[in-house]
Design a protein around this ligand. Structure first.
Ligand SMILES: [Zn+2]
Length: 83
């Protein structure tokens, strides 16, 4: 009665297609090319460095700037740059 803990990956489903393709949240995070990209959940936070990686691959900075997976950027507001 040996139970072998082998798990077969179930990655065959392709019903959802986000740009990152790895979002497991419900509801799904907004994709990086949507207008609400910065509302995605944080995947990795680095507050000591002032940035965090969002679920959809967007890197959001504390000053309001952001870098998107397709390499376009959002500049931080002018008021934040002065700080
Ligand atoms: Zn997500």
């Amino acid at each position: 009665m040996a139970q072998i803990g082998v798990r077969t990956p179930h990655r065959a489903r392709r019903s959802r297609s986000t740009s990152a393709g790895t979002c497991t949240h419900t509801p799904c995070c907004p994709s990086a090319d949507s207008g609400e990209a910065c509302l995605a959940r944080v995947r990795t936070a680095h507050p000591e460095q002032g940035w965090c990686l969002l679920c959809n691959g967007v890197i959001a900075f504390d000053d309001g700037g952001a870098v998107f997976p397709d390499s376009h950027t959002i500049e931080p507001p002018a008021s934040a740059a002065a700080a």
